[in-house]
Design a protein around this ligand. Structure first.
Ligand code: ZN
Length: 241
């Protein structure tokens, strides 16, 4: 990247920070073209691509708030804002889904088989680009409603994933949750996408839908934008570092 490009990106980043602090990001991102898949034909050889996943979708709602709002829509809303911020900043972005769908192959029958196909297709995109940074966006739940706060999961498949997770966790604390003491955690095979991704990857559980106060925030569009900005900042910081 040339100095001119760097200073341009720095200027854009500063502008984004001002916009976010004024809580008008939504206005800005509405102005951006919302085409889905990136044209990588003119990608520079050393340029990273950001791959974003909004968890669940279609018949799979994921976890829900007490009043029945599923995480799939919250994940999608946050992801779409992260995507638009990344594009505004000049990154190439690919996403696993940009609407309320399961990502399984057509013709696959049965919910179980569709779920397997869905996860395989998401993983294929996560591992498609050799120099990608991958982020999967989810919400958490627990039987006891007292628990709250974002938590990051990473796998040992790529040694950079732990650093990426630590950056995101620190930004959640700094921007949104000063009392959050949750540790970033090494994931197991149950987090299929995260576990088998060979690029730097984090699964971000942005908060607990089982906690009424946090669920109310996560349903709120302005808070979703703040979460999105935190994730976007983490991506920028990880790539820049
Ligand atoms: Zn989930």
């Amino acid at each position: 990247m040339t100095e001119k490009q760097k200073s341009c990106r720095t200027a854009v980043f500063s502008a984004l920070a001002v916009l976010a602090s004024a809580a008008v990001i939504h206005y800005a991102v509405e102005k951006i073209d919302s085409a889905v898949y990136v044209n990588t034909a003119d990608m520079e050889a050393d340029r990273k691509i950001i791959v974003l996943d909004s968890g669940h979708g279609g018949m799979d709602g994921g976890c829900s708030t007490a009043d029945g709002i599923p995480e799939k829509g919250i994940n999608l809303s946050i992801m779409l804002t992260v995507r638009d911020m990344c594009r505004l900043y000049g990154y190439d972005v690919a996403v696993t889904r940009d609407r309320d769908i399961s990502v399984h192959d057509s013709g696959v029958e049965g919910i179980r088989n569709q779920k397997v196909s869905d996860m395989e297709n998401r993983l294929e995109l996560f591992n498609k680009y050799p120099d990608a940074v991958c982020l999967s966006i989810h919400q958490n739940t627990f039987t006891d409603p007292k628990y709250s706060g974002a938590q990051m999961f990473y796998s040992s498949a790529n040694p950079e994933s732990e650093r990426f997770a630590a950056i995101l966790k620190d930004l959640f604390v700094q921007n949104l949750q000063p009392d959050n003491t949750r540790e970033t955690k090494l994931c197991g095979k149950e987090l299929y996408l995260c576990y088998y991704c060979t690029n730097p990857a984090v699964m971000a559980e942005c908060g607990f839908l089982s906690n009424p106060e946090e669920a109310a925030k996560l349903k709120d569009a302005a808070y979703q934008q703040q979460v999105a900005y935190t994730l976007f900042s983490g991506l920028g910081s990880f790539i820049g570092g």
